[in-house]
Design a protein around this ligand. Structure first.
Ligand SMILES: Cc1cc2nc3c(=O)[nH]c(=O)nc-3n(C[C@H](O)[C@H](O)[C@H](O)COP(=O)(O)O)c2cc1C
Length: 79
């Protein structure tokens, strides 16, 4: 069962039911995703989980929960 696909109500399908829940990474640098954060998600992706939920990613600086949270309030870090 764990390795069977799961289709969400919005029609998106995860390839398996392994789900990494949100965890506060605290790996931003000047509010932007750091190389360490990108590498972490790359490593998790290679691990094969069907769903990776991000930790705190704020859409406004006023919403930061900690000093090293990512803030994406413009297009700088979209790539
Ligand atoms: C943005 C965000 C960040 C989170 N960060 C952490 C974290 O750093 N450590 C943690 O144990 N849970 C964190 N949580 C909660 C977990 O994602 C998860 O909901 C919680 O551990 C309960 O999981 P369970 O229902 O499977 O027991 C975070 C949740 C959100 C929404």
């Amino acid at each position: 069962m764990l390795f069977t696909p799961f289709t969400f109500q919005n029609g998106k399908t995860a390839k398996n039911r392994i789900f990494k829940s949100a965890m506060e990474e605290q790996l931003a640098q000047n509010d932007q995703p750091s190389e360490k954060l990108v590498r972490l998600y790359g490593t998790w992706a290679k691990g094969g989980a069907g769903v990776l939920v991000t930790g705190n990613v704020m859409v406004a600086e006023s919403g930061k929960g900690s000093i090293n949270d990512v803030v994406i309030s413009d297009s700088r870090s979209l790539e």
